[in-house]
Design a protein around this ligand. Structure first.
Ligand SMILES: Nc1nc2c(ncn2[C@@H]2O[C@H](COP(=O)(O)OP(=O)(O)OP(=O)(O)O)[C@@H](O)[C@H]2O)c(=O)[nH]1
Ligand SMILES: [Mg+2]
Length: 395
């Protein structure tokens, strides 16, 4: 089992070397700490706009992993005439702010006035939603957004409805229908002057299907680096690809935490001859748990949106971390893992001499790295199984 966890890739070693080059361990640790604090403060503001009734509020809810009729969700289905953008915080990441904007497309629509009114500067990007073909007001808005040096994405919503309607006809071909809808939207945009537009087909009732994964990847790719992480972690856990990318993003940070643990105040673990910052472990593992949506509230939301009893989702959880993530539980796991973790010390000492040269720091680094990696794997496996069950696949 130790073999699974002692593999460090070259990239990681390079990063550690770089962090330590020409500076002491303490300065490197301070840098890492600043980086973590900054990451926690990063805000993301996403604007959802489009014509009245196109499905803006429904998308806002789906994006936050909520069903339409639960507490805290955006009201849908009713004709609302609010002229103010309404803010919805992500339930787990309050810095991720989704804004439900007023509907566009009244006969005398003026894109520049609209954008001023909704305070366009606030948003990182816009998602323009249409439930039919894109009309001229959508294009006016997109052009104006571009002029203001902001990004936008076109979404064609209610794809489930379109497929259902076409499905009644003889000779129905799903892919063909999807392609027709896409071409229809693209034509509408081109006719109004958008060159080579991209349109993402979506059903907010089944976000995991159709083009949401592509939309999500495009948004992420086009964001500045420091915002990518925040968007990724806040995404609803609805595809295996999202779960996998979350895992990789969290894994890439492990060495930083391990380095911190070796330098900040450490507490000795009773009965073990090592000192590890258990606080860092608890905080990081809690982060994993949240990102994978394994807490009761997130599982409840998933069970609501997927129409499945929450007990069925809970039944596939294996990790003891799902019951409680506390210093006590982490210490217990660590005591169990200590043998394996300490075995790796020599390996680390030879790979990164500066860590090896300080016995306590080295042990702490190794143990923290080992613990985080194994807990991340465990929780990622649980998240994988929950999703497979939610998607009605046998685990
Ligand atoms: N089948 C299906 N219906 C949808 C979808 N998205 C929204 N709807 C339905 O479309 C109707 C309007 O959705 P809303 O989300 O309230 O639309 P809106 O754009 O917020 O509307 P206004 O706030 O009035 O501008 C509701 O009855 C939704 O249930 C979807 O992806 N598929
Ligand atoms: Mg609405």
């Amino acid at each position: 089992m130790a073999d699974d966890y002692c593999i460090i890739d070259e990239e990681e070693v390079r990063e550690i070397r770089e962090a330590l080059e020409n500076q002491t361990l303490a300065t490197a640790a301070t840098k890492i700490q600043n980086y973590c604090e900054q990451l926690e403060r990063v805000e993301l503001n996403i604007a959802i706009t489009g014509e009245s009734g196109s499905g803006k509020s429904t998308f806002v809810n789906a994006f936050r992993g909520l069903k339409d009729d639960v507490e805290g969700s955006a009201p849908t289905g009713v004709v609302e005439t609010t002229m103010e953008p309404t803010l919805y915080h992500h339930p787990k990441y309050p810095n991720v702010k989704v804004w439900d904007l007023p509907g566009i497309g009244t006969p005398n629509f003026k894109a520049d006035e609209y954008l001023k009114q909704v305070e366009f500067k606030r948003y990182d990007f816009f998602i323009i939603i249409a439930s039919e073909r894109f009309k001229v007001s959508n294009v006016q808005l997109a052009t104006e957004i571009q002029r203001m040096k902001k990004k936008f994405y076109f979404v064609r919503s209610k794809i489930d409805d379109s497929l259902r309607a076409e499905g009644r006809k003889a000779g129905f071909d799903k892919d063909k229908t999807l392609d027709q809808v896409r071409q229809d939207c693209i034509k509408g945009l081109q006719k109004n002057g958008v060159e080579s537009p991209t349109v993402f087909l979506i059903s907010s009732f089944e976000l995991q299907l159709y083009d949401f994964p592509q939309l999500e990847e495009t948004m992420e790719r086009e964001l500045p680096k420091h915002k990518q992480h925040v968007l990724l972690l806040s995404l609803p856990n609805i595809t295996l690809a999202i779960n996998q990318r979350k895992k990789e993003a969290l894994q890439a940070n492990i060495w930083k935490m391990a380095l911190l643990s070796g330098t900040v105040a450490t507490v000795p673990i009773p009965g073990l001859s090592m000192a590890v910052d258990v606080g860092i472990l608890v905080k990081e593992i809690t982060k994993y748990y949240q990102a994978f949506g394994l807490d009761d509230k997130s599982l409840q939301n998933l069970s609501d949106t997927m129409d499945l009893p929450v007990e069925e989702l809970q039944a596939v959880l294996k990790s003891p971390l799902n019951k409680e993530i506390s210093a006590d539980v982490v210490m217990k796991l660590m005591t169990k893992a200590a043998g394996a973790g300490l075995m790796l010390l020599e390996y680390w000492a030879s790979t990164i001499p500066v860590l090896g040269s300080m016995a306590a720091g080295g042990i702490s680094y190794t143990t923290t790295h080992y613990m985080l990696k194994s807990c991340l794997n465990e929780l990622a496996d649980d998240a994988h199984n929950v999703l497979m069950r939610a998607l009605q696949t046998e685990v």
